[in-house]
Design a binder for this molecule. Structure first.
Ligand code: GAL
Length: 383
Protein backbone atom coordinates (compact mmCIF):
# COMPACT_ATOMS: atom_id res chain seq x y z
CA UNK A 1 0.00 0.00 0.00
CA UNK A 2 1.28 3.44 -0.80
CA UNK A 3 1.82 5.89 2.02
CA UNK A 4 -1.06 7.92 0.62
CA UNK A 5 -3.48 5.00 0.84
CA UNK A 6 -2.27 4.17 4.31
CA UNK A 7 -2.95 7.74 5.38
CA UNK A 8 -6.44 7.59 3.88
CA UNK A 9 -7.23 4.34 5.74
CA UNK A 10 -5.95 5.75 9.03
CA UNK A 11 -7.96 8.94 8.57
CA UNK A 12 -11.20 7.12 7.84
CA UNK A 13 -10.61 4.79 10.79
CA UNK A 14 -10.12 7.84 13.00
CA UNK A 15 -13.28 9.45 11.64
CA UNK A 16 -15.22 6.25 12.34
CA UNK A 17 -14.00 6.19 15.94
CA UNK A 18 -14.80 9.84 16.41
CA UNK A 19 -18.27 9.56 14.98
CA UNK A 20 -19.33 6.58 17.01
CA UNK A 21 -23.03 6.32 17.70
CA UNK A 22 -24.10 6.17 21.33
CA UNK A 23 -26.72 3.66 22.35
CA UNK A 24 -26.74 4.42 26.06
CA UNK A 25 -25.99 7.06 28.69
CA UNK A 26 -22.58 6.41 30.21
CA UNK A 27 -22.10 8.64 33.25
CA UNK A 28 -18.99 6.63 34.10
CA UNK A 29 -17.31 8.15 31.02
CA UNK A 30 -15.87 11.58 31.65
CA UNK A 31 -16.23 12.46 27.98
CA UNK A 32 -19.53 12.50 26.08
CA UNK A 33 -18.86 13.02 22.41
CA UNK A 34 -21.19 14.89 20.07
CA UNK A 35 -21.81 13.73 16.50
CA UNK A 36 -18.52 15.37 15.43
CA UNK A 37 -16.56 13.44 18.05
CA UNK A 38 -15.96 16.42 20.37
CA UNK A 39 -16.79 16.51 24.08
CA UNK A 40 -20.19 18.21 24.46
CA UNK A 41 -19.80 21.79 25.67
CA UNK A 42 -23.13 22.76 27.28
CA UNK A 43 -22.69 23.05 31.04
CA UNK A 44 -25.31 24.12 33.59
CA UNK A 45 -27.71 23.15 30.85
CA UNK A 46 -31.40 22.77 30.26
CA UNK A 47 -33.40 21.01 27.59
CA UNK A 48 -36.31 22.06 25.43
CA UNK A 49 -38.39 19.60 23.44
CA UNK A 50 -39.44 21.24 20.16
CA UNK A 51 -41.47 18.99 17.85
CA UNK A 52 -39.75 15.64 18.06
CA UNK A 53 -36.29 17.10 18.69
CA UNK A 54 -34.64 17.86 21.99
CA UNK A 55 -32.43 20.97 22.23
CA UNK A 56 -29.77 21.12 24.93
CA UNK A 57 -28.69 24.66 25.84
CA UNK A 58 -25.70 25.20 28.10
CA UNK A 59 -22.70 27.28 29.07
CA UNK A 60 -19.93 27.09 26.48
CA UNK A 61 -16.73 26.87 28.52
CA UNK A 62 -13.18 27.40 27.31
CA UNK A 63 -9.94 25.71 28.36
CA UNK A 64 -7.86 26.98 31.27
CA UNK A 65 -8.66 28.22 34.76
CA UNK A 66 -10.49 31.28 33.37
CA UNK A 67 -12.80 29.05 31.38
CA UNK A 68 -15.85 29.64 33.53
CA UNK A 69 -16.10 33.17 32.16
CA UNK A 70 -18.41 33.52 29.17
CA UNK A 71 -15.98 34.11 26.32
CA UNK A 72 -18.20 32.65 23.60
CA UNK A 73 -21.82 32.33 24.70
CA UNK A 74 -24.58 29.79 25.16
CA UNK A 75 -24.19 26.64 23.07
CA UNK A 76 -27.01 24.51 21.68
CA UNK A 77 -27.12 20.85 20.60
CA UNK A 78 -29.95 18.82 19.08
CA UNK A 79 -30.95 15.18 19.41
CA UNK A 80 -33.90 12.94 18.68
CA UNK A 81 -32.77 10.02 20.84
CA UNK A 82 -31.09 11.81 23.80
CA UNK A 83 -27.86 9.78 23.35
CA UNK A 84 -26.47 11.43 20.21
CA UNK A 85 -26.16 15.20 20.12
CA UNK A 86 -25.38 17.39 17.13
CA UNK A 87 -23.61 20.70 17.72
CA UNK A 88 -25.95 23.45 16.45
CA UNK A 89 -23.51 26.23 17.29
CA UNK A 90 -23.76 29.22 19.59
CA UNK A 91 -27.36 30.23 20.29
CA UNK A 92 -26.55 33.42 22.21
CA UNK A 93 -23.24 35.06 21.37
CA UNK A 94 -21.27 37.18 23.82
CA UNK A 95 -20.81 40.71 22.49
CA UNK A 96 -17.51 42.44 21.66
CA UNK A 97 -19.14 45.79 22.48
CA UNK A 98 -17.60 46.78 25.82
CA UNK A 99 -20.55 49.05 26.62
CA UNK A 100 -22.91 46.08 26.61
CA UNK A 101 -23.68 44.20 29.82
CA UNK A 102 -23.32 41.01 27.77
CA UNK A 103 -19.72 41.72 26.87
CA UNK A 104 -17.19 38.92 26.46
CA UNK A 105 -15.74 37.96 29.86
CA UNK A 106 -18.89 38.48 31.91
CA UNK A 107 -20.49 35.42 33.54
CA UNK A 108 -23.42 33.64 31.89
CA UNK A 109 -24.67 30.57 33.71
CA UNK A 110 -27.51 28.04 33.75
CA UNK A 111 -29.31 29.19 30.56
CA UNK A 112 -32.84 27.83 30.16
CA UNK A 113 -35.12 28.21 27.12
CA UNK A 114 -38.90 27.88 26.91
CA UNK A 115 -41.22 28.39 23.95
CA UNK A 116 -44.03 30.91 24.08
CA UNK A 117 -47.04 29.47 22.22
CA UNK A 118 -48.72 32.88 21.72
CA UNK A 119 -45.79 34.91 20.44
CA UNK A 120 -44.00 32.04 18.69
CA UNK A 121 -40.75 33.16 20.36
CA UNK A 122 -38.12 31.05 22.04
CA UNK A 123 -37.28 32.80 25.29
CA UNK A 124 -33.96 32.32 27.10
CA UNK A 125 -33.28 33.28 30.72
CA UNK A 126 -29.85 33.00 32.33
CA UNK A 127 -27.86 34.00 35.39
CA UNK A 128 -25.71 36.98 34.48
CA UNK A 129 -22.80 38.59 36.34
CA UNK A 130 -21.09 41.70 35.03
CA UNK A 131 -17.53 41.65 33.81
CA UNK A 132 -14.96 42.21 36.54
CA UNK A 133 -17.49 42.19 39.36
CA UNK A 134 -17.31 38.60 40.54
CA UNK A 135 -20.76 37.38 41.55
CA UNK A 136 -22.00 40.58 43.15
CA UNK A 137 -24.37 41.89 40.47
CA UNK A 138 -26.69 38.83 40.79
CA UNK A 139 -28.75 39.58 37.68
CA UNK A 140 -30.99 37.62 35.40
CA UNK A 141 -30.65 38.08 31.65
CA UNK A 142 -33.16 37.48 28.86
CA UNK A 143 -32.90 36.89 25.12
CA UNK A 144 -35.32 35.75 22.41
CA UNK A 145 -35.21 34.07 19.02
CA UNK A 146 -37.59 33.11 16.23
CA UNK A 147 -35.78 29.83 15.63
CA UNK A 148 -34.99 27.40 18.41
CA UNK A 149 -31.26 27.30 17.66
CA UNK A 150 -31.07 31.09 17.42
CA UNK A 151 -29.48 33.48 16.92
CA UNK A 152 -30.91 34.81 20.19
CA UNK A 153 -31.20 38.57 20.57
CA UNK A 154 -30.11 39.83 23.96
CA UNK A 155 -32.69 42.00 25.75
CA UNK A 156 -31.46 43.02 29.20
CA UNK A 157 -30.17 41.89 32.58
CA UNK A 158 -31.87 42.96 35.78
CA UNK A 159 -32.31 42.50 39.50
CA UNK A 160 -35.76 41.02 40.03
CA UNK A 161 -38.93 42.50 41.50
CA UNK A 162 -37.65 45.97 42.49
CA UNK A 163 -40.12 47.75 44.76
CA UNK A 164 -42.34 44.68 45.10
CA UNK A 165 -42.73 42.69 48.29
CA UNK A 166 -43.00 38.93 48.14
CA UNK A 167 -46.59 37.76 48.59
CA UNK A 168 -45.66 35.73 51.65
CA UNK A 169 -43.64 38.44 53.38
CA UNK A 170 -45.64 41.62 53.61
CA UNK A 171 -43.79 44.73 54.57
CA UNK A 172 -45.67 45.19 57.84
CA UNK A 173 -44.44 41.82 59.05
CA UNK A 174 -40.84 42.78 58.46
CA UNK A 175 -41.36 46.04 60.28
CA UNK A 176 -42.94 44.20 63.15
CA UNK A 177 -39.85 42.04 63.36
CA UNK A 178 -37.89 45.23 63.86
CA UNK A 179 -35.14 44.01 61.60
CA UNK A 180 -32.03 46.11 61.82
CA UNK A 181 -29.86 45.92 58.77
CA UNK A 182 -26.72 47.59 59.99
CA UNK A 183 -23.45 45.76 59.71
CA UNK A 184 -23.33 44.86 63.40
CA UNK A 185 -26.70 43.16 63.28
CA UNK A 186 -25.70 41.27 60.17
CA UNK A 187 -22.62 39.94 61.89
CA UNK A 188 -24.50 39.04 65.05
CA UNK A 189 -27.20 37.09 63.33
CA UNK A 190 -25.33 35.55 60.42
CA UNK A 191 -26.57 35.13 56.87
CA UNK A 192 -28.74 32.09 57.50
CA UNK A 193 -30.81 33.71 60.23
CA UNK A 194 -31.04 36.98 58.32
CA UNK A 195 -32.21 34.92 55.35
CA UNK A 196 -34.86 33.17 57.38
CA UNK A 197 -36.45 36.34 58.68
CA UNK A 198 -36.31 38.12 55.33
CA UNK A 199 -33.76 40.78 56.14
CA UNK A 200 -32.11 40.64 52.69
CA UNK A 201 -35.51 40.90 51.06
CA UNK A 202 -36.03 44.19 52.83
CA UNK A 203 -32.45 45.32 52.12
CA UNK A 204 -32.85 44.77 48.38
CA UNK A 205 -36.44 45.96 48.15
CA UNK A 206 -35.76 49.16 46.19
CA UNK A 207 -32.90 47.93 44.02
CA UNK A 208 -34.45 44.54 43.28
CA UNK A 209 -33.76 41.06 44.57
CA UNK A 210 -30.64 39.07 43.75
CA UNK A 211 -30.92 36.23 41.23
CA UNK A 212 -28.14 33.67 40.85
CA UNK A 213 -28.59 29.92 40.17
CA UNK A 214 -31.89 29.72 38.35
CA UNK A 215 -34.23 27.62 36.30
CA UNK A 216 -37.52 28.04 34.44
CA UNK A 217 -40.57 25.83 34.65
CA UNK A 218 -43.36 25.89 32.05
CA UNK A 219 -46.50 24.36 33.50
CA UNK A 220 -49.13 22.32 31.62
CA UNK A 221 -51.40 25.38 31.24
CA UNK A 222 -48.59 27.45 29.67
CA UNK A 223 -47.91 29.50 32.80
CA UNK A 224 -44.18 29.79 33.33
CA UNK A 225 -42.16 30.40 36.47
CA UNK A 226 -38.67 31.58 37.35
CA UNK A 227 -37.08 29.82 40.32
CA UNK A 228 -33.91 31.40 41.62
CA UNK A 229 -31.40 31.43 44.43
CA UNK A 230 -31.76 34.89 45.99
CA UNK A 231 -31.15 36.88 49.17
CA UNK A 232 -27.40 36.08 49.36
CA UNK A 233 -28.27 32.51 48.28
CA UNK A 234 -30.16 31.95 51.53
CA UNK A 235 -33.67 31.75 50.05
CA UNK A 236 -35.27 30.75 46.77
CA UNK A 237 -37.67 33.10 45.03
CA UNK A 238 -40.39 31.74 42.76
CA UNK A 239 -41.94 34.28 40.39
CA UNK A 240 -44.64 33.93 37.76
CA UNK A 241 -43.55 35.10 34.31
CA UNK A 242 -45.60 37.54 32.24
CA UNK A 243 -47.72 35.94 29.49
CA UNK A 244 -45.01 36.67 26.89
CA UNK A 245 -42.32 35.21 29.21
CA UNK A 246 -40.21 38.35 28.78
CA UNK A 247 -40.55 39.74 32.31
CA UNK A 248 -41.61 38.71 35.78
CA UNK A 249 -45.02 39.61 37.18
CA UNK A 250 -45.21 40.98 40.72
CA UNK A 251 -46.54 37.62 41.93
CA UNK A 252 -43.60 36.08 43.73
CA UNK A 253 -42.97 34.06 46.86
CA UNK A 254 -40.04 33.29 49.13
CA UNK A 255 -39.45 29.56 49.28
CA UNK A 256 -37.49 27.54 51.87
CA UNK A 257 -36.22 30.73 53.57
CA UNK A 258 -32.77 30.42 55.08
CA UNK A 259 -32.37 26.88 53.68
CA UNK A 260 -29.53 27.91 51.34
CA UNK A 261 -30.52 26.15 48.13
CA UNK A 262 -28.71 26.43 44.80
CA UNK A 263 -28.99 24.69 41.44
CA UNK A 264 -32.79 24.21 41.56
CA UNK A 265 -34.27 21.68 39.12
CA UNK A 266 -38.03 21.12 38.98
CA UNK A 267 -40.38 18.49 37.62
CA UNK A 268 -44.07 17.77 37.92
CA UNK A 269 -45.61 14.39 38.44
CA UNK A 270 -49.25 13.51 39.18
CA UNK A 271 -50.05 17.16 39.77
CA UNK A 272 -47.30 17.70 42.37
CA UNK A 273 -44.09 19.67 41.95
CA UNK A 274 -40.74 18.22 42.94
CA UNK A 275 -37.45 20.01 43.31
CA UNK A 276 -33.90 18.72 43.51
CA UNK A 277 -31.31 21.28 44.52
CA UNK A 278 -27.88 21.57 46.11
CA UNK A 279 -26.28 23.36 49.02
CA UNK A 280 -23.79 26.22 48.65
CA UNK A 281 -20.23 25.14 48.04
CA UNK A 282 -19.39 26.83 44.75
CA UNK A 283 -17.89 24.42 42.19
CA UNK A 284 -17.31 21.75 44.84
CA UNK A 285 -20.08 19.16 45.14
CA UNK A 286 -22.27 18.75 48.21
CA UNK A 287 -25.28 16.63 49.25
CA UNK A 288 -28.38 17.18 47.12
CA UNK A 289 -31.76 17.95 48.64
CA UNK A 290 -35.28 17.23 47.45
CA UNK A 291 -38.68 18.72 48.23
CA UNK A 292 -42.31 18.44 47.14
CA UNK A 293 -45.17 20.96 46.92
CA UNK A 294 -48.72 21.26 45.60
CA UNK A 295 -47.90 24.70 44.22
CA UNK A 296 -44.59 26.07 42.98
CA UNK A 297 -45.18 28.96 45.37
CA UNK A 298 -45.05 26.50 48.25
CA UNK A 299 -45.22 25.49 50.96
CA UNK A 300 -42.47 23.01 50.10
CA UNK A 301 -41.92 19.90 52.19
CA UNK A 302 -38.38 18.63 52.60
CA UNK A 303 -37.88 15.08 51.30
CA UNK A 304 -34.21 14.76 52.22
CA UNK A 305 -31.21 13.71 50.19
CA UNK A 306 -32.42 11.83 47.08
CA UNK A 307 -29.14 9.96 46.60
CA UNK A 308 -29.02 6.28 47.53
CA UNK A 309 -25.49 4.87 47.49
CA UNK A 310 -22.19 4.96 49.29
CA UNK A 311 -21.36 7.66 51.80
CA UNK A 312 -19.18 9.37 49.22
CA UNK A 313 -21.97 9.30 46.62
CA UNK A 314 -24.48 10.65 49.14
CA UNK A 315 -22.18 13.41 50.34
CA UNK A 316 -21.22 14.57 46.84
CA UNK A 317 -24.27 13.71 44.70
CA UNK A 318 -21.95 11.47 42.62
CA UNK A 319 -19.52 14.42 42.43
CA UNK A 320 -22.06 16.57 40.66
CA UNK A 321 -24.60 19.38 41.01
CA UNK A 322 -28.14 19.42 39.64
CA UNK A 323 -29.04 21.52 36.62
CA UNK A 324 -32.25 20.15 35.11
CA UNK A 325 -34.82 17.37 35.26
CA UNK A 326 -35.95 16.21 31.85
CA UNK A 327 -39.33 14.57 31.28
CA UNK A 328 -38.88 11.90 28.58
CA UNK A 329 -41.37 12.59 25.78
CA UNK A 330 -44.25 10.15 25.57
CA UNK A 331 -43.38 8.37 28.81
CA UNK A 332 -45.46 9.83 31.64
CA UNK A 333 -43.33 8.77 34.60
CA UNK A 334 -39.90 8.89 33.01
CA UNK A 335 -37.59 11.67 34.19
CA UNK A 336 -33.86 12.10 33.77
CA UNK A 337 -31.78 13.91 36.38
CA UNK A 338 -29.14 16.11 34.70
CA UNK A 339 -26.15 17.30 36.69
CA UNK A 340 -22.72 18.83 36.13
CA UNK A 341 -19.44 17.48 37.37
CA UNK A 342 -17.57 20.78 37.39
CA UNK A 343 -13.86 20.96 36.60
CA UNK A 344 -12.90 24.47 37.74
CA UNK A 345 -9.22 23.96 36.80
CA UNK A 346 -10.21 23.30 33.21
CA UNK A 347 -13.95 24.00 32.96
CA UNK A 348 -14.25 22.76 29.37
CA UNK A 349 -13.64 19.23 30.72
CA UNK A 350 -16.74 19.40 32.94
CA UNK A 351 -18.66 16.13 32.71
CA UNK A 352 -22.37 15.37 32.56
CA UNK A 353 -24.04 13.05 35.02
CA UNK A 354 -27.41 11.89 33.69
CA UNK A 355 -29.30 9.35 35.78
CA UNK A 356 -32.84 8.01 35.70
CA UNK A 357 -35.05 9.30 38.48
CA UNK A 358 -36.63 6.56 40.53
CA UNK A 359 -39.46 6.86 43.06
CA UNK A 360 -39.59 5.22 46.44
CA UNK A 361 -42.31 5.90 49.01
CA UNK A 362 -43.31 9.02 47.14
CA UNK A 363 -39.77 10.37 47.07
CA UNK A 364 -37.52 10.94 44.06
CA UNK A 365 -34.44 8.75 44.36
CA UNK A 366 -31.14 8.62 42.47
CA UNK A 367 -28.81 5.65 42.14
CA UNK A 368 -25.53 5.46 40.28
CA UNK A 369 -25.38 3.55 37.00
CA UNK A 370 -22.21 3.25 34.92
CA UNK A 371 -24.30 2.75 31.82
CA UNK A 372 -28.03 2.77 31.17
CA UNK A 373 -30.59 3.40 28.45
CA UNK A 374 -34.20 4.51 28.15
CA UNK A 375 -35.26 0.87 28.45
CA UNK A 376 -35.01 1.26 32.24
CA UNK A 377 -38.23 3.25 32.15
CA UNK A 378 -40.12 0.46 30.40
CA UNK A 379 -39.43 -1.79 33.37
CA UNK A 380 -40.64 0.96 35.70
CA UNK A 381 -38.33 2.77 38.08
CA UNK A 382 -40.33 2.68 41.25
CA UNK A 383 -43.99 3.28 42.02
C1 GAL B 1 -22.12 27.15 42.08
C2 GAL B 1 -23.23 27.41 41.09
C3 GAL B 1 -22.62 27.51 39.73
C4 GAL B 1 -21.60 28.64 39.77
C5 GAL B 1 -20.59 28.41 40.88
C6 GAL B 1 -19.61 29.54 41.01
O1 GAL B 1 -22.61 26.98 43.36
O2 GAL B 1 -24.18 26.39 41.14
O3 GAL B 1 -23.62 27.71 38.78
O4 GAL B 1 -22.27 29.85 40.00
O5 GAL B 1 -21.24 28.22 42.10
O6 GAL B 1 -18.76 29.35 42.10
Amino acid sequence: MTNYLLLLCTLSALTLTAQQTHTAFTPADEVWTDTDGNHINAHGGGILLDGDTYYWFGEHKVAGSGGNKAMVGVGVYSSTDLYNWKNEGIALKMLEDTSSMLQVGSVVERPKVIYNDSSGKYVMWFHHELKGQGYKAALVGTATADRVTGPYTYHTSVRINPGVHPRNLPHWRLRALGVLLDQAEEEKLGHKELGEIGAFSLRDHERGQMSRDMTLFKDDDGTAYHITSSEENQTLLVSRLSDDYLTLTDEYYRVLPGERNEAPAIFKQDGRYYMISSGLTGWAPNPARSAVADSLFGPWTDLGNPVRGSEEETETTFHSQSTYILPVAGQPDAFIFLADRWKPKNPIDGAYIWLPLEFEEGKPVLRWRDRWDLGVFAGGVGE
